[in-house]
Design a protein around this ligand. Structure first.
Ligand SMILES: Cc1ncc(COP(=O)(O)O)c(C=O)c1O
Length: 385
């Protein structure tokens, strides 16, 4: 059996397995793209932008070099930069904060909800009420791990204070609230297509989506030196174009996204059943929410011991994230902690572990992971008796 360690290790995500599952179509798409002879902002990027916008039900998608750049361009396209503050969560990828700072704005961190691990509307309202410093301009909720943030509450608060909402959908392709996909609620949204994401390229890639044509035009200009026309820069832009080769690959994978997410949900339900009586905290999803299960999260008091136990059996869990933003070495000198109570983010970061989940994981592998986690939970219970 796998847990004995004599078979292939189980990875937290497996972009190579996904490539192999679509190898012929991806190889064909790459040769098609190579024979076009147009390697920057050509037909593949335009077609992917159309297809991705259509998938979401948005009118505009702008392909860029990464999810971080999509967030940065979202802010800059909205006219947000130096002299402005932007609120986001303390529990997210550092990319969210990096993008705010790349745009020249100042991040303000708020705490997360202890159940959904996404922005707490109460914390948002509190942060707005007590804000001092550069004027607030926008809120970036993160649909972390594929769990949608509470968009109706967050939108109501943002609207009341005339703040823009930029959704960070890097981990939530295909997640939804009711029949609306995430990415369609705010003023605009940013997606990452990093290889391990639910929709992953085979290199760095990202997209910004919105309905507003003016915003889209600005973002298209900003991704290419602010050009209004070739060599005429209307804005001080950057270079962050989606590569033709990545667009061609994403066009192969996009039609499989819903099925892949369905497979992730099936795996999540197997984990839910198999681990229900272990005493570990499993993910909960409100009834009208569709979780994209970019990660399957569990809370465990002795998370590091469980991680070691899994690794000793050939299973690699993901540790996202070992520290909240304000606890990261690069950000400790900022005064984030003076602004808000971030204790839920801190607690979650010290107890959360992600079990492997991806569309190529087999039922046998899922059962093996369940057995190994149960083994660990039993040892703990025995210790307590
Ligand atoms: C929540 C979140 N936001 C933003 C990003 C940035 O995406 P990228 O790595 O494509 O720049 C990531 C990717 O790791 C992410 O997980």
């Amino acid at each position: 059996m796998h847990a004995s360690g004599d078979i292939t290790p189980i990875l937290p995500a497996d972009p190579k397995a996904q490539y192999l599952a679509h190898k012929t179509a991806i190889d064909d798409a790459i040769s098609r793209m190579l024979s076009h002879g147009h390697y920057i902002l050509g037909d593949e990027v335009s077609a992917f932008e159309r297809e991705f916008a259509q998938y979401l039900g948005m009118s505009q998608a702008i392909g860029v070099g990464s999810g971080t750049d999509a967030l940065q361009l979202a802010l800059r396209s909205l006219g947000i930069g130096p002299g402005h503050s932007v609120i986001t969560v303390a529990h997210t990828a550092v990319a969210t904060i990096a993008a705010i700072e790349m745009a020249g704005a100042t991040p303000v961190l708020v705490d997360i909800d202890p159940i959904s691990y996404t922005m707490s509307p109460t914390a948002l309202a509190h942060a707005i009420a007590h804000h001092q410093g550069a004027p607030l301009k926008a809120v970036i909720p993160v649909h972390l791990y594929g769990h949608p943030a509470d968009m109706s509450a967050l939108l109501a608060i943002a609207k009341q204070h005339s703040l823009a909402i930029i959704e960070d959908c890097a981990q939530a392709h295909g997640a939804a609230i009711g029949d609306r996909l995430v990415g369609t609620f705010g003023d605009c949204a940013a997606f990452s297509f990093y290889p391990t994401k639910n929709l992953g390229a085979l290199g760095d890639a990202g997209a910004l989506v919105c309905h507003n044509e003016e915003l889209a035009t600005r973002a298209r200009q900003l991704r290419q030196y602010g050009w209004k026309e070739r060599y005429i820069s209307e804005y001080a832009g950057i270079n962050t174009r989606l590569d033709e080769i990545q667009a061609a690959i994403l066009r192969v994978k996009l039609p499989h996204l819903n099925d892949d997410n369905q497979r992730r949900r099936l795996i999540a339900s197997q984990y839910n059943q198999g681990l229900a009586d272990t005493g570990l905290t499993l993910p909960t999803v409100p009834h009208n929410y569709t979780h994209a299960y970019h990660q399957y999260t569990i809370l465990c008091q002795d998370r590091d011991a469980l991680a070691s136990h899994l690794k000793s059996k050939g299973i690699t869990p993901a540790l996202l994230y070992p520290a909240a933003i304000h606890q990261q070495p690069a950000y400790q000198a900022r005064r984030f902690k003076d602004q808000q109570d971030l204790s839920v983010s801190e607690r979650i970061c010290s107890t959360l572990l992600c079990l492997p989940i991806h569309s190529q994981l087999t039922d046998d592998q899922v059962q093996c992971i369940i057995d190994v986690v149960r083994q660990y939970a039993r040892v703990l219970t025995d210790r307590l008796i």
